[in-house]
Write a protein that binds this ligand. Sequence first.
Ligand code: BJ8
Length: 425
Amino acid sequence: MTTDNVRMWTDLNIDLKSHDMLLNALGPIFQEVYLSQKNRPAGMGFYDFVVGDIHGIRVKELREHAKTGGKVVATYCVFVPEELVWAAGAIPVGLCAGTQFSVPMAEEVLPRNTCALIKSSFGFKLGRVCPYVQASHLIVGETTCDGKKKMFEILNQYQPVYVMEVPNKKTERSRTLWHGEVVAFKDVIEKLTGNKITPKKLAEAIDLVNGRRLALQRLYNLRKVRPVPISGKDALLATQVSFYDDAARDTQMLNTLCDELDKRVAAGQGVAPANAPRILISGSPMAIPNWKLHHIIESAGAVVVCEESCTGTRFFSDLVKPTPHNLEQQLTAIADRYMNIHCACFTPNDERPDDVVRLAKEYQADGVMHYNLQFCHTYANEGYKMAERLEKEGIPMLRIETDYSDEDAGQLRTRIEAFLEMIKH
Ligand code: BJ8
């Protein structure tokens, strides 16, 4: 912990005592979950460094940006079109939190029966333990689920929040509404930054974000190979870091990692034996440092080969389609791309089971684990239709409902081991 960092955190009004406790807890968990893995790609060294300095260097970059008049825009959902933020010269940063540490802080205000992701994120603000929240000039929320929607109203009492209306259906009327929301968001960001979003700037931002999506697609494509050249834990970490690292640097680091994985594939080198059970996880997102399920699965000898989630395929599968440099057409292409995210907030949302079936085949998954955070009603309910669909397809599925605490780890381990035993070749 450098003096510089402490000064920066003090300037950001961080509660230093709680913050110390948070960082001190993270180190041993990272050691146990990540650094104990054997045969990791050397390219993961970058991600280890990022986690080792999680509240240091990147926050410093955001502060430098702010010193020159730049803005930082925080988000909680992959529906917020980050292209518009970059195009206005601001920096987007994903804020979702995946730690139990801040959950009790949030429970002083929010109902206990709220999902851990919402509580953890809100607790970060209430407890003043997250420098990314503190460094943001605007938080952008969305109307995806009721828990988040109502949390944003309370969060707005602490920090400026702007909420985008995400429709709940996929009809033409909903698409029109969403298109209007994207246009309105452009105006909000222009007002915040004082910068006009030009077609040229927007084209550059579209290329920037598409570039990162392509790099993540490349990483995930490499996970389709048997034996798989990278663990699910490492792939998850690389994806999680993409939510807050600089997009250009992130793309470069992802591609460097993929170059190394290409060589592993060519040499037939895997992180697990070729016959290790291959698992696809589908459901709620896993924000950093939520590595709980992956750790249990991979400690039991299986390997996670894909995540159908917003910290997985939903984050990068679709690109913004190329258009002429014309603002209206670019905004339509952006709105169309984001409406194609099959979040459980939509009704109906039959495209999601379709995706899972397709992904299970592409990634040669032996089984699917349907993961929902406790009190997340949208994903919990979709688990029913997902089970029906996968049964028809002959794909074994295990339903997992959990939170961020370790209380149920033993019980989960037992259920997961039994499932793996059943699907073993
Ligand atoms: S597009 S999945 S990132 S909303 S887990 S907070 S749904 S109660 S996170 Fe999400 Fe956007 Fe959808 Fe993706 Fe609510 Fe459920 Fe909690 Fe959730």
